[in-house]
Ligand binder design. Sequence first.
Ligand SMILES: [Zn+2]
Length: 99
Amino acid sequence: MLHFSCDLCGRQLGDRRFVVKLEVYPAFDPEEFDEEDLQADHLQEISELIEEMELTGDQEIEDCETKQLKFDLCSECRRRYLKDPLGREAMARLNFSEN
Ligand SMILES: [Zn+2]
């Protein structure tokens, strides 16, 4: 028999297990980001985007593939997760303490 534990609090999970499935993928085709785009009307926008990418390294282009994540949660952590699925509260706290 498989035993699961909550990915947030580490608690052993019985039958009341909740699964979070996340899929993060580009809503554009990374392959199509080529010279043709540079000829288009939104030249300025694109070149700004490229500039930005050059600043952050080529990571962005390479890191475009679909990411699938899966987490097991207890009912309590599920409730907490749903309140703030993107971790905005934690992010805000982090930014605050850095400044
Ligand atoms: Zn939990």
